[in-house]
Design a protein. Sequence first.
Length: 453
Amino acid sequence: MNNAVLELLGFSIHIVIIAFALGSMLKSKFAASGVFLVIIGVTSRFIRIGWIDSLIAGSLFETLLFFCSTLILYDARISKKIITFCLILFALIITDFLAYVTLNALYGYQPSDMASLVFPSIPSMIIGNVTLAIVVLLILNVWRLATNSVDQNQLSLFMFFPVSQIYLLQILFFASTYYGNLALIPVFIISVILCVLADAGLIIAMKRLTHLSLLKEKLAFFEEHLNIQLSYYKQLSEYNQNIREYKHDLKNQLQTIYTLLDKRDTKNAKKYADELAISIDSSTPTPFCQNPVVDALLQNKYSIAKDSNIKMELAIHLGNETGIDDLHLCSVLSNLIDNALEACGKISDPKILPYITVMCYEKAAFLIIKVTNSKQNKILLARDKRILSTKPDTSKHGLGLTIVENIAKLYNGELSLHHSDHEFEAIAALGLKPRQESLTYDKEVPSVIKTSV
């Protein structure tokens, strides 16, 4: 078979394997991204065979084309694309080296035989592609382990290591194989091992940092829960104090009614009793929902909004049993309402009315928690499009929303954020777990709507 035809055939299989790897590691922008990559790869090899005689120039041409194709055809952060590109290039370098060593041992291939073409024969084509497939599968498994346990922001820092390593390994590879400097082969092998160990150590360190970050979020989560409990206990204490005052006052009021009755002044006694009944009704807080824990939280936030002259409307359709942990419910509501209170508290423009609307209802097997508020300040976005908090403590930037997002994911849901010039809306969707039929929850009961101002 003609060497050029064999070269194109072997390289086409190479590109197909690479396209499979890229499709597994990155999200394709187009349905036929893999096909486009194969066409571009084969075309580049055809151009290299026909017009580029220099081995280094040809390799640089193909590498640059491969890198540009990765940037154009796949959708991900630029840092992730660079890391993926470096990993695939690393796989190709290791494959070429292993293929060279294997062919040298089996068929006595010399560096001069490998200098012009990567696939000078059928055995080299088979060995090269099988080796590439094995190396790619190993890299894919390591990649999945790394990306599943390492924060993506930290992973972007990792890209500088493989870029520098690939550059040095490429030089050593060409010097030890294609240019016949066999004394550098042990150096190349040791360099590969050291690079792998260094990258593994870096990934382990980033895993630990990610773990510490998760612990920090959990700590904030439990701290928030503790604050909720403290607020609840404080509110209960206030209610108990009010009840004692009401009992004392009620005795005095009843004594007045008894005195009027003793004087046979039934008209004024009845009038006084009616006024007392109205006073008792007005002093009793209206419950927002059937869940006592969530209701205590909402009562507390409602009281804060009222004291801050913020108009707060609540439409809560929440039963006693939802299948969602009360701690998670309280954390989602608390974080979203606190953010809304913070935004309303910073409004200084008299033309903008501070208001908060809290809605909670079931829709399509999800519990929807929607908090809408007015705002004046601009929304600050991080590089990853996350919203930044304006709190002075930078360690708490966006932590509340991160907690809400993590809880939503825990229940197979999501957190979506929308904002305009003077309004912000956060919608948390939490998947409802199956509930027992014996649980009573009347879906026809209208939502409680209450306004603080």
